[in-house]
Structures are given as structure tokens and as C-alpha cells.
Design a protein around this ligand. Sequence first.
Ligand code: COI
Length: 341
Amino acid sequence: MNKQNIDWDNLGFSVYPTRSMWQGTCPAKGEWNGGGLVPYGNIEISPVAGVLNYGQGVFEGLKAYHSAKDRVVLFRPEMNAQRIVGSTNRLCIPEIPPDYFLNAVKQVVQDNLDFVPPYGKGELYIRPVVWGTAPTLGVAPAREYTFIVYTAPVGPYFKGNKKPLNLIASESYHRTAPKGIGNVKAIGNYSASLQPVVEAKAGGFDEVLYLKADDERIVEEVGSANIFMRQGNKLVTPKLGGSILPGVTRNSILILAEDKLGLDVVEGDLLLEDLFSADEVFCTGTAVVVTSVGQISYHGETHTIQDGEMGEAATELRQILVGIQREEIEDPYGWVTPVSS
Ligand code: COI
């Protein structure tokens, strides 16, 4: 497979223009149909667009992998197609049919195969995003919507890749409000996380660990990922509902931990205090994959987990997950979908 002339060994998680992107539009009470590939580039938008004024937009994130079978595959794209249905409904955006979503994703990847990093060098990150385009001065759903799928070749999300993370449990900010939009992938959730993460980085931390708005003893999420704790044979992650994002990697890890590692998996309330004495803590996400947490600071006190080393379960789960994604090991779940032969 021919590849672009890119410095594949030094990819980070950043913007990289590719050949093309998908663009489709939908009227407020109409349906998504039509659309197609357009050259990658800037778009024109009204200053009064719903998304610019009232944040009416949601997105997804998934990856294409150049696998050991020398073909390009997607990982569980139907989960993203399902999740964006929930996100669009919550923000009064016309629902994107899963087939329309999957067709757009596949076409973009097929047209940009030479931007998919070579086997083992990274992935092609795929970002479907949909927003209210029509001018909307009063607070109301827009009358027209745009759906774009663009891609970028990426490497590790965190510099230093698998190094255990140093988190700060936030005393000053919540990620979302109870009964808010934390359980969908709304762009506004990420804008709310900018100031906390900038402050965390300035303080020498990698990311923010958010606590539940109505009970700060309970942990919710890391800004860019879901969180897990292992205590002996028990693996706990915050239960869905409320304001937890239903991560595709979160779901895959719950299945792999039970099937492959024989762990007892629990979706429940995860107490911050329990994290401090856990055998290991790690976070999961499409961008972060599976990354161990080595330290958590709270109220000025730093708690070191597992001597700050990579946890055993996190290491094994990451290997199995990545092994399936790269078609190095058998995929008994049918999680991998080829987009090239
Ligand atoms: C992802 O993991 O794909 C995400 O959407 C998280 C993030 C980079 C915002």
C-alpha cells in the first residue's frame, strides 16, 4: 500500500490535513441523504450559526488501523454510529441514520488510505462532527445542519505514550451537571474542560479527574477518557447513566477484562478515596487507548498508585485490545471491519 511522505515515527495527536472529507447537510425537519466527499479544507459559516452561538454540535472519535494483514480496518464503528444517535437526539439535531454515518466514515477512509500510518506506527483518527449551521438568533434548534467527517494521522495522545499519568482530582470544576449533557458527546462538554486542563498542565499534571457534581466523594471521568480501578480481582468503573460518557473502549475493556483476564467487573460508584489505595488505576478511550494512572493529587496531597508503575491488568488489556485492533490476534467478537482489501 503506498503511503504519504510523512514522518511516521514522530506522530503526535494533532491536526494534519488529508486529501478529502465528507460533507452532508440536512434541513431541520428533513432527513440526511446525499452528501459526499469534498476536498479537505475550510468551510464557510454564518456568524449567527446555531453552533457558534449556542454550541449546538456533537461529535464522535474512532480510528482506522493498518493491520498485520496488510489491510485497513475500523474498530466497532457501529458503536459510534449508535452513540451519535443519542447525542443528536439530546441536542435536537436531526438523527443521523447509522448506515449514513458508516458509509460516510468508510468513504473518507477509503479515499485517504495513504494517510493511514503504516502498521504499528499510529492510526488514522476519524472525527465525525455535526452542527447547527443555519442562522439562529433566538435560542432554538437551527433550521439546517452540516455533518462533516475528517481524518488525521495520529500517534499517542499523551506525550511519552504509555507513561503512567499524573492526575489532579478537581476541587474547582465539574465536568457536567446532574441531568445535563455529560452522557453524550456534545462539543460544549469539551469547552468546559479547557480551563481545568490548561490549569492542570500548568501545575505539572497530565489531565483532570472530575468528581460527581452532587457527591464529590464519587469519581466520574478524566477529561478525555473513562476511568477504571482494579482492587484484587475486582475491576470497577463508574456506571453509565447520569453524566458518564459511554465509551467504546470502556465497553470493550469491560468485556475483555471478564473474558480474557477473568476479572469480576463492576459498573457502580467509584469512590475517590478507594482509588488512592487501589492495586491499579487506568483510563480508557479511543484517543488514550488504555493508559495507567500513577499519581492522583487532591487537596494538595499526592497519592501514588502501584509505585507509579504501569499496572499489570492495564498492560495486558492494552495488549489484547491493540492486538485485536491491529489484527495480530484473533477477534472472536467481530469487532474489526475491513475497509480495504
Ligand atoms: C476520543 O477518545 O476519541 C475522544 O473523543 C476524546 C478526545 C480526544 C476529545
